[in-house]
Design a binder for this molecule. Structure first.
Ligand SMILES: Cc1cc2nc3c(=O)[nH]c(=O)nc-3n(C[C@H](O)[C@H](O)[C@H](O)COP(=O)(O)OP(=O)(O)OC[C@H]3O[C@@H](n4cnc5c(N)ncnc54)[C@H](O)[C@@H]3O)c2cc1C
Length: 377
């Protein structure tokens, strides 16, 4: 019987295990993939997430600092600039690749002697008052006082009492890396357009981009040759970041909002994308997931071993996440709807909101605080 079994060694499950390792518990991670993913997706991490990773001893990771964020809308007035210096911070956030984060966490788990069992795909979960049991496709099984589901959402529906609510935005995120003809100076861009938002994140001397479009348009964009694609992106985004000169690593992801009704079940805590998968518009998904991991690790640390996974412990975790998770979901969903749907917020309303942000430092500070810390403060 293990103290904690974590299903899924993505960044949230691995961070939880790295944080909880300090409590000296018997923890193991079980990962469906045969080996680390090597995924090149670029993620924007907030300053608060950097601190969580530092606490987990998985920082530094090769990263680029985001020192300002330029926010604007296409076809309307208003823009604003969030700056790290105004928040008295060295950076508003950092960009890292999924793979480098995964590697840093795996190295830390190795040092802490927390095993990651690869090729362990969860098939079945049974929950009883004294332990949770997971059976794997390979035939093996594990029992634990506390089961942590960090599998991105693959298995929660197998648990009695857990239901998902889902909203399909019927959009795709087209992602990749573009080079520009000038230095970015650490500036990220978020531009709202009637077709959906476009974000540029500084990575090395280039930008990672997330371009939200309809599924048909995503297919078309992926099929274009590089020169046609760059012309399309330039026409859509404008020239505020410079002239796009090359593009690499184009890919597309479907965009949905999916949340569980409650992030706990008997002997089970649900974290990260398994609890809430968000639209990447505001770069909040992993940041929210890392705050799930930090909260759960704090509750684990405060709980005696023999009470791990009991109802009081799980209630404490649920309560610690209630406000932040609900607000993170609502904030992201509001941005997606209000900035893409003229019926919810007309162009002049969006212009007014951006102008107000630009004029009032306290409003800018409130937005920056929300993006960095969520509703955890
Ligand atoms: C295009 C795009 C851009 C994004 N940009 C940002 C951003 O800038 N900032 C940000 O904060 N977030 C961003 N996100 C969201 C971010 O990627 C996720 O929030 C994050 O990956 C969630 O981490 P996780 O560990 O919860 O889940 P995952 O990363 O999904 O990891 C889950 C793990 O569980 C494993 N698993 C699955 N099924 C099983 C099983 N049956 N048994 C065992 N293991 C299993 C998987 O193999 C995987 O390793 C973006 C997402 C997308 C799609």
């Amino acid at each position: 019987m293990r103290d904690v079994a974590v299903i899924g060694a993505g960044p949230v499950g691995a961070t939880l295990a790295a944080l909880a390792a300090a409590s000296g518990l018997d923890i193991a991670l079980f990962e469906a993939r045969a080996r680390p993913s090597n995924e090149e997706r670029i993620l924007a991490l907030s300053e608060a997430s950097r601190r969580i990773l530092e606490e987990a001893r998985a920082w530094p990771v090769p990263a680029a600092a985001i020192t300002s964020i330029h926010i604007s809308q296409k076809g309307g007035p208003g823009r604003t600039l969030l700056e790290a210096s105004e928040q008295s911070l060295p950076a508003l956030g950092y960009t890292v690749s999924y793979a480098s984060l995964e590697n840093a966490l795996a190295a830390r788990l190795g040092e802490a002697s927390v095993p990651i069992v690869y090729g362990a795909s969860c098939r079945e979960i049974s929950l009883a008052s004294e332990a949770a049991t997971v059976r794997f496709e390979s035939g093996g099984e594990v029992r634990a006082r506390l089961l942590v589901l960090a599998d991105g959402g693959a298995n929660a529906s197998k648990i009695p009492g857990i239901a998902f609510s889902e909203k399909d935005y019927e959009q795709r995120a087209v992602t990749g890396i573009v080079a520009v003809d000038r230095l970015h100076g650490g500036r990220a861009y978020e531009r709202f357009t009637p077709q959906g938002p476009v974000a540029l994140l500084p990575v090395g001397e280039r930008f990672a981009f997330v371009w939200t479009v309809s599924p048909a348009e995503a297919e078309r964009l992926l099929a274009l040759d590089d020169a046609e694609f760059l012309r399309g992106l330039q026409a859509h985004f404008g020239d505020r970041a410079g002239r796009f000169v090359s593009v690499a690593k184009r890919a597309a992801f479907p965009l949905k909002l999916r949340t569980v009704n409650v992030p706990v079940a008997m002997r089970t805590a649900i974290v990260g994308n398994a609890a809430q998968a968000l639209h990447p518009i505001a770069g909040q998904g992993l940041n929210l997931g890392l705050r799930d991991a930090a909260s759960l690790a704090a509750v684990i640390e405060a709980t005696p071993r023999e009470r791990l996974g009991d109802a009081a412990m799980l209630d404490a975790y649920r309560e610690s996440r209630r406000r932040d998770a609900a607000r993170g979901v609502a904030f992201t969903d509001f941005l997606v709807s209000a900035f893409a749907d003229a019926r919810r917020l007309p162009t002049w309303g969006r212009g007014l909101a951006l102008a107000a942000l630009d004029l009032f430092p306290p409003a800018r500070r409130a937005l920056a605080t929300r993006m960095i810390h969520g509703a955890a403060r």
